[in-house]
Design a protein around this ligand. Structure first.
Ligand code: ARG
Length: 469
């Protein structure tokens, strides 16, 4: 027996204090103190419900709520002392409450367990995070749609295999990400809907014999309804997994845009410029301007995806109901959500800062025979050639242009006619990159008029979304 006191919460059964390593591996206060605001919200709702149900006296409940507000104030002021010996946020808060209000504090844990308590706290935390993420994603969409409106007609090369494929507009390219982010927001919204049920009142695993009102606490905490099965209530973390999956997909989208910014920033491409605000220099090479923020936004997806993977492995094969394994749900989730917050804010900033270099984009758009498809389409439309034949003829014309070292729109008509005699000079109207993009008027296509319409549609839609709150 050591001279340290046995645990204050379960000292009835225990005589010895825990081994040091037991305390070290067991304590979660180092990271779950972040859940204190949610823990206090949950406890207040629980106490008020207990009083309404006649399980607590009104005056005890009043004391408890007042005391919990005091604890929150101490945390806000930074004067609260978290203790490792008290293991986690739940026991730290309750212990402080006892010091503040005395005996009534001991009644707060009636009809409740740390198992439903932590499940409630973590759900509230993840829900708050989802709301923050949605607002941040909206800001990125706004930045993208504004840039897209300004550059609805700015021609750039469109790529497949990172080879010049067909000209597109910069606005069109940016709006592709607005669409992706819209689906990301949809995934978070879906996750939020399924998350939004209250585990509180599941107690340790089997429910409780006290006449609690779970609907009341669910409502007080903004949940749609109580979870229907107490075992499920305390033992699943699918809401965190689903949110991390949505975060991973979102981060994948951002890593692609970040990678494009990195590529566009190279002198070889020179498509965009970032100001001093979003670049760094080199300590040795004076000429360098590095897109570090984009690189980090590209990299953060690693830890976000790892958080999903990590929690999936923690949950895999766990028997119902609660096991301490589940305490491992927090650190990586906190880290992933914080990382995503950084990525979103940095991307919104970078997109606003980004200045395209239209001359460089335009010049690159014309290289690599990017209007070859337009030529083939012209042959189909004007000469009624089957597309496969037109593809072949165009291939030969590209080869002729390549041999002469000329762009397609600079190749003399005679050279084209040597390959296909029926070609007329009208063909030149489709060979410029401007006319190429202008002709892509099919729904969802890159024609500047489409892009402008879509950019404005998005700007209106985003404004309406904000008005609705
Ligand atoms: N710190 C714990 C966690 O995060 C709280 C729940 C503890 N429950 C228990 N039965 N030991 O999971």
């Amino acid at each position: 027996m050591t001279d340290k006191p046995a645990n204050a919460m379960w000292g009835g059964r225990f005589q010895m204090s825990p081994a040091e390593i037991m305390q070290e591996i067991n304590a979660s206060i180092g990271f779950d103190k972040r859940l204190a605001p949610q823990d206090i919200r949950g406890s207040k709702a629980h106490a008020q419900m207990l009083a309404e149900a006649g399980i607590l006296t009104k005056s005890d409940a009043k004391e408890i709520v007042k005391g919990l507000d005091q604890v929150q104030a101490e945390i806000d002021a930074g004067t609260f002392e978290f203790s490792v010996a008290l293991e986690d946020v739940h026991m730290n808060v309750e212990n402080r409450l006892k010091t503040l209000i005395g005996a009534a504090a001991g009644r707060l844990h009636t009809a409740r367990s740390r198992n439903d308590q932590v499940a409630t706290d973590f759900r509230l935390y993840v829900r708050d995070a989802i709301d923050g993420i949605d607002a941040a994603l909206e800001r990125v969409q706004q930045a993208l749609a504004e840039k897209a409106e300004a550059h609805a007609a700015t021609v750039m090369p469109g790529f497949t295999h990172l080879q010049p494929a067909q000209p597109v507009t910069f606005g069109h390219h940016l709006l592709a990400y607005v669409e992706m982010i819209a689906r990301d927001r949809g995934r978070f919204a879906d996750a939020r809907k399924r998350l939004n049920e209250s585990p509180l009142g599941s107690a340790a695993l089997a429910g409780t014999s006290f006449p609690i009102d779970r609907k009341r606490t669910a409502e007080a905490l903004g949940f749609d309804r109580p979870m229907a099965n107490s075992l499920d209530g305390v033992s699943d973390r699918d809401f965190a997994l689903e949110t991390l999956a949505a975060a991973t997909i979102t981060a994948i989208h951002f890593s692609r845009l970040a990678e494009e910014i990195v590529i566009w920033m190279t002198p070889q491409f020179g498509f965009v410029k970032l100001s001093d605000r979003f670049t760094t220099g080199s300590s040795i090479m004076p000429q360098k301007r590095n897109p570090d923020a984009a690189e980090l936004a590209r990299a953060k997806v690693g830890r976000i995806a790892a958080a999903f993977q990590g929690l999936a492995m923690v949950m895999k094969g766990l028997p119902l109901a609660y096991s301490k394994d589940m305490q491992e749900d927090k650190e990586t989730t906190f880290d992933a959500l914080a990382s995503l917050r950084l990525v979103m804010a940095a991307m919104a900033g970078m997109i606003g800062d980004l200045e395209p270099v239209p001359e460089a984009m335009r010049a690159a758009a014309g290289r690599g025979y990017s209007t070859a498809t337009d030529l083939a389409d012209w042959l189909v439309r004007e000469l009624k050639m089957p597309f496969r034949d037109a593809h072949h003829v165009t291939g030969s014309i590209v080869k002729a242009a390549e041999t002469k070292g000329l762009d397609l729109d600079k190749l003399p008509l005679a050279d084209m006619q040597a390959i296909e005699p029926k070609i007329t000079k009208a063909v030149f109207s489709v060979l410029s990159v401007e006319n190429s993009v202008k002709s892509r008027t099919s729904y969802g296509g890159t024609a500047p008029q489409n892009v402008l319409k879509m950019a404005r549609h998005w700007l209106r839609r985003l404004e309406k979304g904000r008005a609705k709150g």
